[in-house]
Every structure is written in structure tokens, then in C-alpha cells.
Design a protein around this ligand. Structure first.
Ligand code: NDP
Length: 330
């Protein structure tokens, strides 16, 4: 294949462009040892930032975006992978400094790849994507800190988004009592169908609040940051745990130390991009075993590659619900 279809981002004096085009194979970066036929990719929040040039995500131009891909190895110089292997890729700076997966082909490093668990299809894997894999990393972080379902309610913020939707599904399947915080109260039915027992308005969390508030949450899975993260820490029970993974409201954390030093609350950071292989494989194995496929289908929808740029605009406008799977091929 001398060329392949893909999205190419470019920035020059003429400005920023995102186009679906034929990409010359010879232009692909050389620092890779595995080539995959991408069967599915997805548009994550970070991809949306890159596709709309809204954040400093892309650090080399031109760039093929797409931090996630799932597909079949077609060529490999890496000892672990051979042609025909089914693999998943998440993160590692792909779509930022290294060409990514919103294309029919991707050249990646073998050390970055995770084997596709046999119970998942490549489409399932991208319906989950970095958002769902991060939701599982957060759940694992909470449980490592001793959170159990007997301790009480678990709050999920950014509930109708990708991380939030999958987090609710995973937590509910493990028997947790899940409260969903959303700006889309019209999605109450959807959030309850995933397993939320109660839905609250995110406006109750998004403004500056007191350093200590009424104790409610045994644990919180936060993808929002800013005042929301400060408020949820202030509302967490004595000895409770907050897992922070996102910044949908903002990167700031206008909080006080009061919840940590007076209530022994723990704030745990979760990163998916550079997470070590052992953690990734554990997360993907657990996703394959624990995630309800019917609910995953209700969270996600499929679009062709040509629609990815429009989807990114919807994500940036906060209009999207759940996850979008992108099919690069015809
Ligand atoms: P989505 O765009 O799918 O969802 C984000 C959700 O956040 C929205 O659906 C909305 O939910 C809520 N939201 C949007 N804007 C605001 C706002 N101004 N104030 C409060 N809530 C808001 O993104 P993802 O779920 O994929 O990612 C969520 C966050 O997690 C992002 O910041 C992303 O960068 C981060 N992330 C971090 C990772 C890591 O490795 N640490 C990995 C993956 C994601 P609702 O309408 O229901 O309130």
C-alpha cells in the first residue's frame, strides 16, 4: 500500500488545517517497529483538542491524530509481535509527537502495544478506548486504597462523558452505589440505565465552595478538576478516596488542605498515557471480564473517518454523550 487514508493535521503561516487525505507511506515516522492495519480508532477528549487546535496537544507537524487504535499487525520487527496478532494501542504520546491511529495504517512501537483480550473485538476495544481504560485505572486506584462497596456512595463527575459513562457501568457492576454528576440532566434516564442510583446537577459542584462541607462520598471518580474537584474533596467522608484523572472544567485546583489533614481524605492521581505495561494489561483484562457489552453498545456509536472532525467539534462544545468509535476503512 503506497498510500493510506488518514486525517492529517498541519500548521503553517497559513493557519491550522485538519483534512482527510491520502498519506504517503514514505512520510510515516521511522522510529517504529510494528505496522498495524487500524480496524477501529476513536475520538477522545485529547483527540478533540488536537483536531480543533484548541490545546497544545500536537507537538510535531504534520501529525496524524488518534491516541487510540485497535487492529491487526501486518509487519513487525519486534520480538513480541507477528503478522496477524490483534493489538490495542493507547497513549504513549501517539497523536502528539508520533503519528497516530485516525488512519487506515499506523506505525507504532511494539513496546507500546497490549494484546487484544480474546473476549473483546477491536470495535469493543475502541468503544472503551483511553476513556474506558482510564475509568478502569481509576477504579483500580480506588480499590487499591481500600474502597469497598460497603463504605457508601461513590460519586462520578463528568458522568455523561466517555470516562464517566464507563466508570458508572464498571462501578455499578461491582455493586457500588453510584451517584452521577452531570450538566445534562436530560440524560438522567441514560445514566440510570448504566447503573447510577441518583443523578445530580453538576452546577451544585462547579462554583467555589467551603474548604470542608457535609461528608457524603466514600469515594469519587473525577474527570472534571477545578472547583468540582475541590468541592468533592471537601464532601468526601473521613478516610475516603478521590481519584482525579481529568480537567473538563479546568486544570486548576482551587482547594484547601483541610479534607486531607482533618479527614484523612486521599487524593490519587491517575495517568493513562505513560502507565506501565503491567497496569495496562491488568486494566484491559478486567475490562474484558467486567464490562457489560450491552451497556457498552448503548454508550457508543460508530462513524466513518470522515466524521471524526465534526465529532471533535461536538466534544469541544460538550454536546457529546458517551463514546464514538471511528472506522478508518470502507
Ligand atoms: P468527554 O468529553 O467524553 O467527557 C467530559 C465530560 O465532562 C462531559 O461530557 C461533561 O459531562 C463534563 N464537562 C464538560 N465540560 C465541563 C465543564 N466546563 N464543567 C464541568 N463538567 C464538564 O471526555 P472524557 O470522558 O474522554 O475525558 C474526561 C476528562 O478526562 C478530560 O479532561 C480528559 O482530558 C481526561 N482524561 C484523562 C486521562 C488520563 O490519563 N488522566 C485519560 C482520559 C481522559 P456532563 O455533561 O455529564 O457533566
Amino acid at each position: 500500500m503506497p498510500s493510506f487514508r488518514g486525517i492529517l493535521l498541519n500548521k503553517s503561516e497559513a493557519g491550522f488545517s485538519a483534512t482527510l487525505t491520502d498519506i504517503d507511506h514514505a512520510q510515516s515516522p521511522a522510529d517504529s517497529d510494528v505496522e498495524i492495519a487500524v480496524e477501529y480508532s476513536t475520538v477522545n477528549y485529547k483527540d478533540a483538542l488536537a483536531l480543533t487546535d484548541k490545546g497544545p496537544v500536537v507537538r510535531r507537524w504534520p501529525m496524524v491524530p488518534g491516541i487510540d487504535g485497535a487492529g491487526t499487525v501486518i509487519a513487525s520487527n519486534h520480538p513480541q509481535w507477528k503478522a496477524g496478532d490483534k493489538v490495542i494501542h493507547n497513549g504513549w504520546g501517539v497523536g502528539e509527537t508520533h503519528w497516530g491511529c485516525l488512519a487506515e495504517r499506523a506505525k507504532l512501537k511494539g513496546d507500546w502495544l497490549v494484546p487484544l483480550p480474546p473476549a473483546l473485538s477491536t470495535k469493543d476495544a475502541m468503544a472503551i478506548g483511553t476513556a474506558g481504560y482510564t475509568a478502569m485505572l481509576c477504579l483500580m486506584a480506588l480499590e487499591r486504597q481500600g474502597v469497598t462497596k460497603e463504605r457508601g456512595e461513590v460519586l462520578v463527575t463528568g458522568a455523561s462523558g466517555g470516562v464517566g459513562s464507563i466508570a458508572i457501568t464498571l462501578l455499578a457492576a461491582r455493586g457500588y452505589q453510584v451517584v452521577a454528576s452531570t450538566g445534562k440532566l436530560s440524560e438522567e434516564g441514560y445514566l440510570k440505565s448504566l447503573g447510577a442510583t441518583q443523578v445530580i446537577d453538576r452546577a451544585t459542584l462547579s462554583a467555589a465552595g467551603k474548604p470542608l462541607q457535609k461528608e457524603r462520598w466514600a469515594a469519587v471518580l473525577d474527570s472534571v478538576g477545578s472547583h468540582t474537584l475541590a468541592n468533592v474533596c471537601a464532601q468526601t467522608q473521613y478516610g475516603g478516596v478521590v481519584a482525579a484523572c481529568g480537567l473538563a472544567q479546568g486544570m486548576d485546583l482551587p482547594a484547601s488542605v483541610a479534607p486531607f489533614i482533618l479527614r484523612g481524605v486521599s487524593l490519587v492521581g491517575v495517568d493513562s498515557v505513560m502507565a506501565p505495561q503491567a497496569l495496562r494489561r491488568e486494566a484491559w483484562q478486567r475490562l474484558a471480564a467486567e464490562l457489560d457489552r450491552a451497556k457498552l453498545a448503548s454508550i457508543s456509536r460508530e462513524v466513518p473517518l470522515a466524521d471524526a472532525i465534526g465529532i471533535a467539534k461536538e466534544i469541544m462544545a460538550g454536546q457529546l454523550r458517551g463514546r464514538v468509535v471511528v472506522r478508518p476503512g470502507d
